[in-house]
Design a protein. Structure first.
Lengths: 72, 501
């Protein structure tokens, strides 16, 4: 019999995936199965945490919006 | 299918087969499921097979689903949907017989009874024979239901602690508040003024159309009953009762003594939700529009926008003080008031909302940066940060766009009709979507990873079947892995395949 493992499929760019793999390498508690360059399966309960960590990591690339000169 | 129907479908799919057998004993349920939950093609199959005495060969369905043009996938998906609702039985595949399908006995009996009439008395409610108070007419019931429902919405919104007062709003009953808490639409937060705070699910709830909102709350209620097993409430019977309510006629009084005791015990909760009106000291109850539109596609009580206008138009509207004479203006508030109000959005992302409703302003504040407030309007703008914040709350770009579209000012709608252009400026719509994409670095799908197949054939058969019933999300033939969003039917398929060998 084949096995069915509950999890969340994540499809993303290779760059994002490599960040996820990096985050996982600390405790190995996120990834269930690494599928290919753009796909992996992670634990259901880790998705929120993962999203948050990813957001923190990507904040470095975020440019704050310049306030508009004109008035309302 | 609307959002409300979708939620209900997900709930139903989790029920065991025995639950369905009990549900379908009631003709009202069978009819409601048939009317509301089935696609056009599924209805065609059910209608065709309903009075067929013998099982029907599966291959003969090809007449209705011509194999060219993707008919097979369509057919298999329809059948999978019907099977998940325990409406259709399919005989297991074997070498010497063709596969056959038939309607399950319980559903067949229920739907036939619904079409022909007969069976147990009162399955569609028993109208009361007692004299009816003439002041309780449809306008009165609409007003009553609207007030009840707005109280609930106000409670959720006020938990935001944004501008506006809650004068004239009595708030829902404690039981409803607990339900909202248990369903995590709001949560306890000691730091806010009201002691509670809205959650992501609460935001999504606010932006839903009212029929979907009603179902959200009712499903929470059913789940709560499931968890509290000692409450004497039976979620299957409750669901069955809701389906019955949805088949009743608006403006008619029904006899409470025709109900079983458990169902009579449900009435107070339904009164709290505004689904029924229950005059004191009588043995009558009236279903409101919230109840009678539960399983129909007719527009429910009102949209979110008219709830806003209704909330402000009548701040002191106590249901007890109105009489049928005020029913006239109350019956048509949607048309008269939304005409004068609405949101104007310009290509430079500026927003002008002609409203005085604290509810609407609070909702706008979810995704706009509001700058000024005037006696009859607020102005603000959509910014990358405001949209990002909204997405952080769990609101999607499509929800925002459809909200803006649904509440666009009449002048924008008129302009769009004359020039043949879209109502909302395309640049703004695109930008909202782009801002969302920026945030969604990854796409997530919950489900099951299938691996460790015994043979290539097994993998090929199962992944093909998953694709046919529409649950396949991702696959890799080389590594013999695939990901499916659901696993129940795949498990059954594997079992029947093992038997067939």
């Amino acid at each position: 019999m084949p096995r069915a493992i509950r999890g969340v499929l994540i499809q993303c760019e290779p760059a994002i995936k490599s960040i996820i793999v990096h985050l996982d390498s600390v405790n190995n508690d996120i990834i269930i199965e690494d599928l290919d360059e753009q796909t992996l399966v992670v634990k259901e309960n880790m998705v929120q945490l993962l999203k948050q960590k990813l957001e923190d990591r990507l904040k470095e690339t975020y440019r704050p919006e310049e306030p508009l000169a004109d008035s309302d | 299918m609307s959002l409300g129907g979708q939620q209900l479908l997900e709930y139903l799919e989790k029920l065991p087969g025995t639950a369905f057998r009990r549900l379908y004993q009631s003709p009202a349920t069978a009819l409601a499921i048939f009317r509301r939950m089935l696609s056009y093609h599924a209805k065609v199959i059910v209608r065709g097979l309903l009075y067929m005495p013998d099982p029907f060969p599966l291959t003969s369905l090809d007449i209705w689903f011509p194999p060219e043009g993707g008919g097979k996938i369509h057919r298999d998906r329809t059948i999978a949907a019907l099977r998940s609702l325990h409406i259709l039985q399919v005989s297991p595949p074997s070498k010497d017989r063709t596969q056959e399908i038939q309607i399950t006995t319980s559903f067949k009996k229920g739907l036939q009874l619904a079409f022909e009439g007969g069976g147990e008395d009162g399955s569609f409610g028993v109208p009361s024979s007692l004299p009816v108070d003439p002041s309780i007419d449809i306008a009165y019931l609409d007003k009553y239901a609207r007030k009840k429902w707005d109280d609930i919405l106000h409670y959720v919104v006020n938990s935001l602690g944004v501008h506006g007062s809650s004068e004239g709003v009595s708030g829902p009953k404690a039981s409803v508040k607990e339900l909202l808490l248990a369903g995590r639409l709001v949560e306890r937060r000691p730091d806010t003024r009201t002691g509670i705070g809205i959650t992501q699910a609460g935001f999504t709830f606010l932006l839903q159309e009212s029929n979907a909102q009603v179902w959200t709350l009712l499903l929470l209620w059913l789940e709560a009953a499931d968890h509290a097993a000692d409450s004497g409430m039976d979620s299957i019977d409750m669901l069955s009762f809701l389906f019955m309510l949805s088949s009743l006629e608006l403006g008619t009084a029904y006899d409470t003594s025709a109900l079983t005791e458990t169902r009579r015990n449900m009435l107070p909760s339904l009164v709290d939700f505004g689904l029924i009106y229950f005059p004191r000291d009588t043995r009558q109850f009236f279903p409101t529009r919230l109840a009678t539109t539960l399983t129909s596609t007719a527009s429910a009580l009102r949209t979110v926008s008219s709830a806003f206008t209704a909330a402000t138009a009548n701040p002191s509207g106590e249901p007890g003080t109105t009489t049928s004479t005020s029913g006239g203006p109350a019956a048509t508030p949607d048309k008269t008031q939304t005409a004068a109000k609405g949101i104007i959005i310009e290509t430079n992302y500026r927003i002008y909302a002609y409203t005085t409703s604290p509810l609407q302003i609070a909702v706008l504040a979810l995704f706009c940066q509001l700058n000024m407030r005037f006696p009859n309007m607020v102005s603000g703008r959509l910014t990358r940060d405001s949209i990002r914040q909204a997405i952080g709350f769990g609101i999607t770009a499509d929800q925002i766009i459809s909200y803006l579209h649904a509440h666009a000012h009449q002048q924008m709608v008129r302009e769009a009709t004359v020039t043949g252009k879209p109502v909302l400026p395309p640049t703004v719509v695109d930008q909202i979507r782009l801002w969302q994409l920026e945030n969604e670095r990854m796409q997530t799908t919950a489900g099951f990873l299938f691996k460790d197949f015994e043979s290539t054939e097994e993998y090929a058969a199962l992944s093909r079947y998953a694709e046919e019933i529409g649950v396949l999300v991702w696959k890799n033939d080389k590594r013999q892995l695939f990901f499916a969003s659901k696993h129940e039917q795949l498990r059954d398929y594997l079992k029947s395949r093992k038997k067939g060998e």
